[in-house]
Design a protein around this ligand. Structure first.
Ligand SMILES: Cc1ncc(COP(=O)(O)O)c(C=O)c1O
Length: 430
């Protein structure tokens, strides 16, 4: 794959995983059950051999032309990450006289106290509910691991985040979707589904600056969802990596964390850097204890050095807030530049909401097949994510839609990207 962005992307990871999955599928060489063949490798478990890895993001065969601009992954701009501060924090926690016991040892599965306490305060909850994880996706996977047997129902939004979908499929969940409207998850549609007899165990939602649709769920819908979860006995998993990256408007009051039916997945990925692999799950005690048992059975805890470094950084007065305050206007400007440039070039062929936070623009080009446009755009030096890759039902309902990530491109590159996109749309029309 030819990518010229400054950082790796989720899409790149998904493509690598696809390549890996195809070589793993060779169960034919394995042995199951009875006979022993000397030298044969064992048969993969059904879960490991399951060919769902790489599902989701659209992969094009057309190489990205030289000088290409990739508006694909939900990655923060490396220039906006506190790399020097992190270097200092790692040095400080490893340089302590007690580093041998405090920083570089085994630890308990909940995560370190100071970090949990910062997260609890930041998220407006009790420290006891906080478990440190390897990122938001890992937190979602805790909930799936705790609740989902093969065949159990998970309800997702349509469109949704492909890597979460991949996770649900990996655990062999049955997935049904409810549509989004301009205010996020359509709660009436969910209620109809429940009335028709659907019995989900888990509802997965991205409430703030949705990936890919950018919408934010209003408070009133959040409380209705909690009522429905409590009445129908499912758990809401609220995956919220972008909530801090708000450019305009007021944050909506969030899901009630005191409910026994709410799990919040959060992360340092978008603000401090995804390579840290550090995030949190906030869960009621019945689930929190399960998460901790899972962690203990698997690998005990998140890396202690990273936890200590981020704890140190978070305890440095106002540092996380300063990082956020530095990043938000940059992303706001990029969002506006891309939105305006696409609107100017496409006119009434461009339908989109102006993002008021997050890293993405979700746009519709009526009459276009944007999966086809992607090939033409890549040949011109632009990569984006066609909408079909975000459709949990695989019905191509988002064919006229695309997600553009503006986070890692300069305003000049975004204008060039809009030119290339408009040219590719025009070429596809011919
Ligand atoms: C909705 C959503 N959830 C989770 C993640 C991954 O977050 P993390 O790096 O914390 O696992 C992303 C990143 O793209 C995302 O968009």
């Amino acid at each position: 794959m030819t990518q010229t962005t400054t950082a790796g992307t989720n899409q790149a990871a998904a493509e690598t995983a696809t390549a890996g999955a195809s070589s793993l599928r060779g169960g034919a060489h394995g042995i199951g059950g009875g006979g022993v063949i000397p030298g044969a490798i064992p048969q993969l478990s059904a879960r490991a051999a399951n060919p769902v890895l790489g599902a989701g993001f659209t992969v094009s065969r057309v190489p990205l032309a030289a000088g290409g601009i990739a508006l694909t992954g939900g990655v923060p701009d490396p220039a906006l990450l506190p790399i020097a501060e992190l270097a200092d924090a790692f040095t400080a926690v490893l340089g302590r006289p007690d580093a041998g016991t405090r920083t570089i040892q085994y630890h308990g599965p909940f995560g370190v106290h100071g970090l949990r306490s910062w997260i609890a305060q930041d998220q407006g909850t009790d420290l006891e509910r906080v478990v440190v994880t390897n990122g938001a996706l890992h937190s979602v996977s805790y909930a799936v691991e705790a609740l989902i047997e093969p065949g159990d129902l998970v309800v997702v939004e349509n469109p949704t985040f492909p890597l979460a979908l991949q996770l649900f499929r990996y655990y062999r969940a049955r997935v049904e979707s409810v549509p989004l409207d301009s205010a996020g998850l359509d709660v009436d549609a969910l209620e109809r589904l429940l009335k028709a007899g659907a019995r989900p165990k888990l509802l997965y939602t991205i409430p703030d600056f949705h990936n890919p649709a950018t919408v934010t769920l209003p408070a009133e819908r959040r409380s209705r969802l909690v009522e429905l979860a409590e009445r129908h006995g499912f758990v809401i998993v609220s995956d919220n990596p972008y909530g801090k990256l708000r450019f305009s408007g007021e944050p909506a009051p969030d899901f009630d964390l005191d409910s026994e039916h709410v799990v919040r997945a959060g992360t340092f990925s978008k603000v401090l850097g995804p390579g840290l692999r550090l995030g949190w799950a906030i869960a009621p005690s019945w689930l929190r204890d399960t998460f901790v048992r899972t962690r203990f059975a698997q690998d005990q805890h998140a890396g202690l050095v990273t936890q200590r470094a981020v704890e140190h950084l978070a305890q440095t007065d106002g540092l996380v807030e300063r990082v956020v305050a530095g990043a938000v206007p940059v992303y706001a400007e990029r969002a506006a530049v891309l939105f305006d440039a696409l609107r100017q070039r496409l006119g009434d062929r461009f339908e989109a909401r102006r993002p008021d936070g997050g890293l993405f623009l979700w746009a519709r080009v009526p009459g276009a097949d944007l999966t086809r446009v992607l090939d033409l755009a890549r040949a011109r030096g632009l990569a984006f994510s066609p909408g079909d890759g975000f459709d949990p039902d695989g019905r191509s309902v988002h064919r006229e839609w695309a997600r553009f990530s503006y986070s890692s491109a300069s305003p000049e590159q975004l204008v060039i990207a809009a030119d290339r996109f408009a040219q590719a749309v025009a070429e596809a029309d011919r």
